[in-house]
Every structure is written in structure tokens, then in C-alpha cells.
Design a protein around this ligand. Structure first.
Ligand code: AMP
Length: 189
């Protein structure tokens, strides 16, 4: 079973995806983290993706689909994964569907974290201070939010047409409050 965590930059999807993955004992697959590791290791992929990420743009779909195919082919992903940051475009969602169909897996639900825009900026700028991510600057964040609205939000519409369960969770509280909302919501489904 695959669960997708969905939300704008700064919505806390990475933090919350990690909590659920740990509870279920399945891998937390964050495409942003995979890419940052490639950048840190200075691989060919990292050198290609780094400048794109720093500018707040999306890494090309074909590259992302290849990364996800490789990750999902690993042994530890056999019992399912929590996806965080993928799919981020409709073509990625379509590629994921095709991949799941081939493997006989199902997408059980999309957890969408809703956070007001003013709060996203505050959270991301705080994270910039704590983690030093290059794409957490104000300029890159504005770009990332625009990219989210233009290219990523349509993924929800795509899943609506596919009749995949989308559960919206208020992501504006503390980490613990949001985690308990998610736990309750997932238990109800
Ligand atoms: P995240 O950690 O999810 O905020 O991702 C950080 C950055 O990595 C994004 O702003 C993109 O540049 C890149 N990235 C992560 N996941 C994807 C994806 N599925 N498609 C394209 N770019 C991605």
C-alpha cells in the first residue's frame, strides 16, 4: 500500500510523513531528501538537480520517475511506502499509476496538508535558519509556492478523477497536534 503526503512547501509533509512511516514500519520516501543526498554526494544527478532545486523549480519528470522506480524496486519497499514530495506533477502521477499497476500495488490514499500561505513563509524561513537549505530563501520560496499552485495542485484534481481517497488535514497546528489529527483521520479510513 502506498500513501502519498501532499502539501505546499512548509506544510510539514516531510515531518508528518516520517512520523507515519515510522509508526507503520515502512520506508519514508522523500524525493527532496533523495535529491539533496545526490547533491551532497556530488553525483552527476546531483550536479544536474542542484541548481534547479536552488532556484525553486522542479527537476524534470523523467528524472524523477527514474528515481522513484529505482527506490520502489528496493527490498524494503515491498510492503509499501509513504511518499513525500512525489508525485508533484500530473505526468508524475500518471507514471506512478502505471508503475503501481505493473507491480500490483494500490495507492490507498492521499493525505493533503492544508496550511495558510502566510504560515508557510514563516515556517520555511525558520527552517532556513535551522537547516540552511538553499531553496528556503524568500525568493526561492515564492517561486516554489507558484510552482506548487501551477503544477502540483492539479495532481489533486487528477486523483479526484481517479477516485482515489483524498483526506484533507489541517496542518496549521504544532507538529504534535497535526500528527494526532493525521493519526485519527487515518484510523477512521
Ligand atoms: P522538497 O524537499 O519536497 O521540498 O523538495 C525540494 C526540491 O526538490 C523541490 O523544490 C524540487 O526542486 C525538487 N523535487 C523534489 N521532489 C520533486 C519531484 N517529485 N519533482 C520535481 N522536483 C522535485
Amino acid at each position: 500500500m502506498i500513501t502519498v503526503f501532499f502539501g505546499p512547501p512548509g506544510s510539514g509533509k516531510g515531518t508528518q510523513a516520517a512520523v507515519v512511516a515510522e509508526r507503520r514500519g515502512v520506508p519514508h520516501v522523500s524525493t527532496g531528501e533523495i535529491l539533496r543526498a545526490e547533491v551532497a554526494a556530488d553525483t552527476e544527478l546531483g550536479r544536474e538537480a542542484g541548481p534547479i532545486m536552488d532556484a525553486g523549480h522542479l527537476v524534470p519528470d523523467d528524472l524523477m520517475v527514474r528515481i522513484i522506480e529505482q527506490r520502489m524496486a528496493q527490498q524494503d519497499a515491498r510492503g509499501g511506502v509513504i511518499l513525500d514530495g512525489f508525485p508533484r506533477t500530473v505526468p508524475q502521477a500518471q507514471a506512478l499509476d502505471a508503475m503501481l499497476l505493473r507491480r500490483g500495488w494500490t495507492l490507498d490514499m492521499v493525505v493533503a496538508l492544508d496550511v495558510p500561505e502566510e504560515m508557510l513563509q514563516e515556517r520555511v524561513l525558520n527552517r532556513a535558519g535551522e537547516e540552511g537549505r538553499a531553496d528556503d530563501s524568500l525568493a526561492a520560496l515564492e517561486k516554489r509556492i507558484r510552482v506548487y499552485k501551477d503544477q502540483t495542485l492539479p495532481v489533486l484534481g487528477y486523483y479526484q478523477t481517479r477516485e482515489i481517497a483524498i483526506v484533507h488535514v489541517d496542518g496549521s497546528g504544532t507538529i504534535e497536534q497535526v500528527a494526532s489529527h493525521i493519526r485519527e483521520t487515518l484510523a477512521r479510513h
